[in-house]
Design a protein around this ligand. Sequence first.
Ligand SMILES: Nc1nc2c(ncn2[C@@H]2O[C@H](COP(=O)(O)OP(=O)(O)OP(=O)(O)O)[C@@H](O)[C@H]2O)c(=O)[nH]1
Ligand SMILES: [Mg+2]
Length: 207
Amino acid sequence: MMVRAKSAARIGIGGPVGSGKTALIERLIPVLTASGLDLAVVTNDLVTREDAERIRRSGLIDPARVGAVEAGACPHTVIREDPTMNIVAGDEMEARFPGLQLIIYESGGDNLASTFSLDLVDWWMFVIDVAGGDDIPRKRGPGVLRCDLLVVNKTDLAPFVGVDLDRMLDEARNVRAGKPVLATNCRTGAGIDAVAAAIDAAVLFRT
Ligand SMILES: Nc1nc2c(ncn2[C@@H]2O[C@H](COP(=O)(O)OP(=O)(O)OP(=O)(O)O)[C@@H](O)[C@H]2O)c(=O)[nH]1
Ligand SMILES: [Mg+2]
């Protein structure tokens, strides 16, 4: 795990369209900020700045600390193949806010093959959701297998979509061979503290 001595740690959040990546960021911001962390967010969308504008409007963070990259193509091209635009957006944040400790990158919603380049981030998580189906972990997509932390979101929806949450989590842990899996409900905030603690432990060494 790389920690930049003088610059901000960079983490990625990827996952399928609508799994709750932005919702997770909105939940994480107050928890991480309360722990004294100096942070910024860079969102990626296809041809808009929707997610950045949503976070700027949220009142959770200084809008100047939210950057946007328009991928213009499949989201993974700018988080994996050529992350230059995202690296530059992060560098701009660091120049604007000396003392910045953490930059959170949200990938545009993508498919199960989506992964982050380690040229861009030090650590990344992949967010899937219960409503996407309990067979998603079994499909062993690279995003699910390779991420540093797998987040299974929308646990509140399990009873409505016929998903056995415990089994889904067990299968996720099995295919990941011991790498961490956490469950969240971004509606209520359940599970968010554990995700924040994992970020702390992984890239900030503060826990
Ligand atoms: N019931 C429930 N809904 C959720 C939860 N998390 C997010 N949502 C809803 O799911 C929808 C998609 O959430 P987003 O946070 O926009 O998802 P995203 O992954 O950022 O979406 P893209 O960036 O478009 O790929 C929204 O309507 C959220 O309110 C959750 O834990 N439970
Ligand atoms: Mg989003």
